[in-house]
Design a protein around this ligand. Structure first.
Ligand SMILES: [Zn+2]
Length: 309
C-alpha cells in the first residue's frame, strides 16, 4: 500500500451506529504497488501501481458491462480485508484494479487515492443527478464526497453549483472546486434558499452526499419537477414519503458508486493534472496513528485523513 485513508462511512462503526462485535479490519480506499498476483490473474502484473475501489468486480458480467460494477454478479467486498494496512488482498484483480501509466510521483498520490472512493463516488453522484452544461446543481453535504461532487459537476460542465455548507474552510474548498453559490441554511430554510436562487423552481440536479433522512428530504425538496437526485451518501434509516415522491416528478438514482466505471477517465484527468481532488486530504498521518485520523474526522477537525503505511 502506498497510501490509504479514513472514509466518512468508517465513522458509522466508529461512532457505534453500525455495531462492531469484534476486532475488525477497517478501510476500503487504496492505491499501491502490486507485490504478488494469484494464478488466475492475467493482466495485472507485479510492479504496477494500481487503484481499485471498495467492491471487487469481474468487469465482464452483464451488470458490469452496463456500468454497474458495484453490483457485479461476482462482487466481493475489498473492505472486509481491511485497506488501512501495509498490505491488501484484492480479489478479481483483473476486473477490479486499474494501473496508472507509470509509478506516479509522490505529489499525485492524494489525488489518485481520492479516485479510489470519494472522487469516484462524487462523480457518480453528479452523473446520477444528470449534472451537465446549462444545469444548476445543488450539493447536500460538505464532506469529501460532497466537495468532490462539486468538482465533478464542474468538470461535467454544470453552469451553476450551489454548495450547502456551514463551515467556512469547507466553503472555501467548495469554491475552489467550482461552487458558485453557498447556502448555509438547512431544512425548510435550506430548501427555500435553493429555490430563491433558481427562480422558485429548485435545482435541475441535486447530489445527496450524507445519507440521513434530513439530507435525503433536503435533496428531494430542493429539486425541480423533472430534475434528478443522485444519492451517494450511505443510507441510514431513510424512509421516503411515497405521496411526496409521486407528486415531485423527480428522478432518483444512486447507491454504492460503480467507481470502476469511471476510474480510467478519472486517472487520466489526475495524471494530466486537470483536476486536483487530493485537496480534500487536510490531515496526513502514519498508519500507526490512524486512530487520530478517526477522531479528527469524527470531531470535524479534518475533512479527510490520509494514512501512510
Ligand atoms: Zn461483473
Amino acid at each position: 500500500m502506498s497510501a490509504t485513508c479514513v472514509c466518512g462511512s468508517d465513522l458509522w462503526p466508529y461512532r457505534g451506529i453500525d455495531p462492531v462485535q469484534q476486532p475488525t479490519p477497517m478501510g476500503h480506499e487504496y492505491v499501491g504497488i502490486v507485490e504478488e498476483i494469484g494464478s488466475d490473474v492475467t493482466t495485472i502484473t507485479p510492479g504496477q501501481f494500481v487503484i481499485g475501489s471498495f467492491f471487487a468486480s469481474d468487469n465482464t458480467c452483464e451488470i458490469c458491462r452496463a456500468g454497474y460494477q458495484s453490483s457485479c454478479r461476482h462482487r466481493e467486498s475489498v473492505g472486509e480485508n481491511g485497506a488501512q494496512a501495509q498490505f491488501l488482498r484484492v480479489p478479481l484483480a483483473d476486473g477490479t484494479l486499474v494501473a496508472t501509466p507509470d509509478v506516479p510521483s509522490d505529489d499525485l498520490l492524494p489525488s489518485l487515492l481520492a479516485a479510489s472512493d470519494v472522487l469516484g463516488t462524487g462523480w457518480f453522484g453528479a452523473v446520477a443527478a444528470a449534472a451537465g452544461p446549462g444545469k444548476t446543481v445543488a450539493v447536500v453535504g460538505d464532506g469529501a464526497v460532497g466537495l468532490l461532487g462539486i468538482l465533478s459537476a464542474r468538470q461535467l460542465g454544470a453552469e451553476r453549483i450551489i454548495a450547502m455548507s456551514r463551515h467556512e474552510s469547507r466553503q472555501q474548498l467548495a469554491r475552489e472546486f467550482g461552487a458558485t453559490d453557498i447556502v448555509t441554511e438547512r431544512g425548510v430554510d435550506g430548501v427555500a434558499a435553493v429555490k430563491e436562487l433558481t427562480n422558485g423552481l429548485g435545482a435541475h440536479s441535486v447530489i445527496e452526499a450524507v445519507g440521513t433522512q434530513e439530507s435525503m428530504l433536503q435533496a428531494l425538496r430542493s429539486t425541480r419537477p423533472g430534475g434528478h437526485v443522485g444519492y451517494v451518501g450511505v443510507s441510514h434509516d431513510v424512509t421516503l414519503p411515497g405521496e411526496e415522491m409521486f407528486f415531485s416528478h423527480v428522478h432518483l438514482h444512486g447507491g454504492p458508486a460503480p467507481v470502476r466505471r469511471f476510474l480510467p477517465e478519472l486517472i487520466d484527468l489526475i495524471w494530466n493534472r486537470t483536476i486536483d481532488p487530493g485537496k480534500v486530504f487536510d490531515l496526513t498521518l502514519p498508519l500507526d496513528r490512524a486512530a487520530e485520523g478517526y477522531a479528527a474526522m469524527d470531531e470535524r477537525r479534518a475533512i479527510k485523513a490520509l494514512l501512510r503505511p
